[in-house]
Design a protein around this ligand. Structure first.
Ligand code: CP
Ligand code: NVA
Length: 330
């Protein structure tokens, strides 16, 4: 039977089968071809979606807006200061109202339970644009980028270096397990992913031929690695005081030339972005002044080097989000 995800929410990839994920990836590649070739694809005129952002964003917000407009849809953007949600109106009431006005709702914020409740009460598809636990739309872009590089991705080893219990690392572990890849979390033990999620992913990997490994050793993480992945050391919503502790814990997991030389020669570098790879940001400069670090999770030479695919990955956010919108709303 053909895959059909129409009417579904997209809250975590744990809810999606490998066949459904591959279907979304195929559709993303097709949308990318159409966009590149200038083929109009206003397939969903008369649909309206709303974007709720309680945390800041460049890629996710812009991808949703461009994707929706390319599909012919209308888009409303609400930032934390401009709706009643949470302050004067409960989440359930807000969801019920938005579900009457819109065909779908994107949410970026804190607790995973908020996207789940939005889906429960609104009655329309809800898309997770990042929570403290998961970042599923990012995963489709990451896997599309890996597929563009390597073709068949089964058995490929992806290692995440850094805060391996953050939303991006959690989601990478899920998607790699679903698609039969080898996922390695390379981090100090304090920052290993939660045991419960690791067990869930290992059970999935046992079905798909994938693998989930946790290690504190950079040598082990980098060995035979096809995809070197890192993310910011302190995520949105975490207190700034954590920088001190995280720098101490994670400096030896920084992705630099030496670490890259331990991976396969053909390895690529990915980063969900934004990234602290130089001093060209307010925080990057503050960290330099305080700790003398020119870069944090990745050095500038790797970021700008020939293995970097992070800007293809960023572009792929839009094509993959478009596939999610179309597949769930058509
Ligand atoms: N990667 C990502 O989600 O980027 P933004 O925070 O800019 O949306
Ligand atoms: N882990 C990061 C991802 C940003 C896209 C954060 O939550 O801030």
């Amino acid at each position: 039977m053909g895959v059909n995800v129409s009417g579904r929410s997209f809250l975590t990839l744990l809810d999606y089968t490998p066949q459904e994920i591959n279907y979304l990836l195929e559709m993303s590649a097709e949308f990318k071809r159409m966009k590149r070739n200038g083929v109009e694809h206003k397939f969903l005129p008369n649909k309206q979606i709303v974007l709720l952002f309680e945390k800041t964003s460049t890629r996710t917000r812009c991808s949703f807006e461009v994707a929706a407009r390319d599909l012919g849809m209308g888009v409303t953007f609400l930032d934390p200061g401009s709706s009643q949600m949470g302050k004067k109106e409960s989440l359930a009431d807000t969801a019920k109202v938005l579900g009457r006005l819109y065909d779908g709702i994107e949410y970026r914020g804190y607790k995973q339970s908020v996207v789940e409740d939005l889906a429960k009460y609104s009655g329309v598809p809800v898309w997770n644009g990042l929570t403290d636990d998961f970042h599923p739309t990012q995963m489709l872009a990451d896997i599309l980028t890996i597929r563009e590089e390597f073709g068949d991705i089964r058995g490929r080893k992806l290692t995440f270096f850094g805060d391996a219990r953050n939303n991006v690392a959690n989601s990478l572990m899920v998607v790699c397990a679903k698609l039969g890849m080898k996922f390695c979390a390379c981090a100090p033990k304090e920052l290993f992913p939660k045991a419960e999620l690791v067990e869930k992913c290992r059970a999935v990997a046992a079905e798909t031929g994938g693998e989930v490994v946790l290690t504190e050793s950079v040598d082990e993480g980098a060995k035979d690695c096809d995809v070197v992945y890192t993310d910011i050391w302190v995520s949105m919503g975490e207190p700034a005081e954590l920088w001190d502790e995280r720098i101490k814990l994670l400096l030896r997991y920084q992705v630099n030339k030496e670490l890259m030389s331990k991976a396969k020669d053909t390895a690529i570098f990915l980063h969900c972005l934004p990234s602290f790879h130089d001093r060209e940001t307010v925080l990057g400069e503050e960290i330099y002044q305080k700790y003398g670090l020119e870069a944090m999770e990745v050095t500038d030479d790797v970021f700008l080097g020939k293995q970097g695919r992070q800007f293809d990955e960023a572009e792929n956010r839009m094509h993959t989000i478009k596939a999610v919108l179309y597949a769930t709303l058509k």
